[in-house]
Design a protein around this ligand. Structure first.
Ligand code: B12
Length: 328
């Protein structure tokens, strides 16, 4: 099965150009990347996207609009007959993509089989099912069509008292293990890659979304490192600073908005200027434009994928088009 999510940069097929040139900190091209990220870029940067009006060759659009077009392109590529209404927002695009990808590539049958194994508490059988899913789906589909819907379904069953806590723990820990190896130890790459730090903040034990985001970022060519759950934001900022990391991803599944937003504001204040912070999970909201740092809320995991695809395209273009002398 092939997904639209890891075509050009799946870790099993090293990317042709989805990697940034980062030979050390500070990142040599980063300020040009960050300016484009803040001020918008040409759709032509992203493969398969063209300016809407062919006369507007130097059209620049915001990153929000670029990301939306990436999602629309995915939808059009998946379903050649579907006309995508202009007014569809990210959630509607995500739902349409989830629907059509599930119909084309599966997921529900594998989820039911996994739940069946979990109910009988048969550890070996559960692990066999998960291994087979990991082998048959590529990493994007494994996460988006299998792992995340499985956890949500598991949550509903658990809340309704239809599945035991041991079954839930068995599935959660097995999934975390299935997703984690590459996250804990990024594979050696022939090209230096752009580093990304992924964690959940203090008080947040739900880590599967963050781990999944980490794996997806790796499949887009980033050297994403999952550093664990419950990391205080000051520690995140320190780790990022020492290692010259400018991209931080914060995940979480709890609805504790005040706490999550307070952590986020603190992080935005203490990270290096020019950093990009992605957030995912229902507790986070959009934050006012900071200029010093970019805070990007990911409404869904696909939205995160499409934002990092856009970022990877900007990095590639800066690398190819900006003369070294023009860079800081
Ligand atoms: C597994 C689980 C646990 C495990 C977590 C194990 C682990 N290693 O992660 C354990 C047992 C530790 C746990 C503990 C608790 N849990 Co719990 N848990 C769940 C469960 C069943 C699944 C969570 C999960 O991984 N879902 C899969 C994720 C990926 O889905 P999601 O959260 O919807 O996330 C989506 C988006 O938000 C986004 N996203 C999430 N993170 C990220 C990150 C990035 C970067 C991006 C881009 C996107 C993104 O992508 C996802 C897909 O679209 C949910 C039920 C559910 N419906 O989700 C409850 C749930 C999240 N837990 C809940 C609660 C209450 C708790 C506890 C307080 C229980 C208790 N009394 O102790 C503790 C809190 C611990 C803590 N301090 O954090 C509630 C939260 C309610 C609320 N409104 O806040 C839920 C919803 C269950 C419920 N229906 O009541 N839990």
């Amino acid at each position: 099965m092939t997904s639209t999510f890891s075509t050009d940069a799946d870790e099993r097929k090293p990317a042709a150009g989805n990697c940034a040139d980062v030979s050390g900190a500070p990142l040599p091209h980063w300020s040009a990347v960050f300016s484009a990220w803040m001020d918008g870029a040409s759709p032509a940067l992203v493969s398969g996207l063209e300016p809407e009006d062919s006369d507007a060759a130097d059209e620049r659009v915001s990153i929000d609009e670029l990301t939306r077009r990436v999602m629309v392109r995915r939808l059009s590529a998946t379903s050649s007959h579907q006309v995508v209404p202009d007014e569809w927002d990210i959630e509607q695009l995500d739902a349409a993509l989830a629907d059509i990808e599930t119909r084309q590539r599966g997921g529900p049958a594998e989820i039911e089989e996994t739940l069946q194994r979990a109910r009988t508490l048969d550890i070996d059988a559960l692990h066999r099912t998960m291994r087979s899913c990991a082998a048959n789906f590529d990493i994007g589909d494994f996460i988006l069509l299998y792992a995340l819907p499985l956890m949500r379904r598991m949550g509903d069953l658990w809340a309704a008292g239809d599945i035991s806590v041991s079954a839930e723990h068995l599935v959660s820990t097995s999934l975390a293990a299935a997703l984690q190896p590459a996250a804990a130890h990024p594979p050696p790459s022939t090209q230096p890659r752009l580093k990304m730090l992924v964690a959940t903040p203090y008080g947040e034990l739900h880590e599967l979304g963050a781990i999944a985001a980490c794996r997806l970022a790796q499949s887009h060519g980033f050297e994403a490192l999952y550093i664990g759950a419950q990391l205080p934001v000051y520690e995140m900022a320190r780790l990022a600073k020492v290692n010259g990391i400018r991209i931080i991803v914060l995940g979480g599944s709890m609805d504790a908005k005040d706490m999550a937003m307070q952590h986020l504001r603190q992080l935005a204040q203490v990270v290096d200027s020019g950093s990009i912070i992605f957030t995912g999970g229902s507790a986070y909201e959009e934050m006012d434009d900071q200029r010093r740092v970019s805070v990007r809320h990911c409404r869904t995991m696909r939205h995160f994928c499409c934002q990092i695809e856009t970022l990877a395209a900007i990095i590639r273009s800066v690398r190819e088009n900006v003369a070294p002398a023009a860079l800081d």
